[in-house]
Design a protein. Sequence first.
Length: 250
Amino acid sequence: MHKLSVVIITLNEEDRLPRTLEAVAWSDEILVVDSGSSDRTVDICSDYQNCRVIEHAFTGYGPQKRLAVGAARNDWILSLDADEIPDADLLSSTRAALAGDLNNTVGFYLRRSLVFMGRVFEHGRESRERHLRLFDRRKGNFSDQLVHERVQVDGPTGELAGRLLHYSYRDLDDYFDKFNRYSSLSAARMRADGRRAGPVNMLLAGPFRFVQSYLIHGNWRNGIPGLVWSILAAYYKTVRYLKLLELNRR
């Protein structure tokens, strides 16, 4: 059985973290890297004997997760966000993979489904995202991007059965808090890559994203939550280009 460290970065997650910790309490270690929570996030971690906490100022999603991976005690890492809960099938397939012969496999992709406005998305791109989250840190780690970070490994990968349920937003207020933060970080990254924001981007990016999300990807099948999600996704695209325009004019 390969020993497993679950790594989680947190900031004020007292309402969501317990569900995630409970789901992975069987692991050999849970490492939480907290960036200054003012609620009971850190106290909650003390309820789990195999959970330890490192406090570190937030340096961006990629750097923060790289730090967590490096500080873990075991080489096999399962990286989760505090708003992600593995379902029963994913927990079972994870334990089976770690207990068996990995056959040189150095990482596994996990399917993730969005939970939005109380509905688990069964259709659309948000119902079938694939993220490499279980991996051997000797063969890879997170990229250092400030946002939209991802794990990069050198070697064969597989995919596990089951899925992560992604409770990304507590409510619409929480959505717009993240909307503002992520759109700013994304615009900054686009500027660093030398991208520009022109009239075509600002006029067409939003409508195209709505058609893509709602009609092409099939979010119309997710009812009212699918419609709301598609509208907000279109708005995000437009605002991101507006912020990029503002950055380039400074």
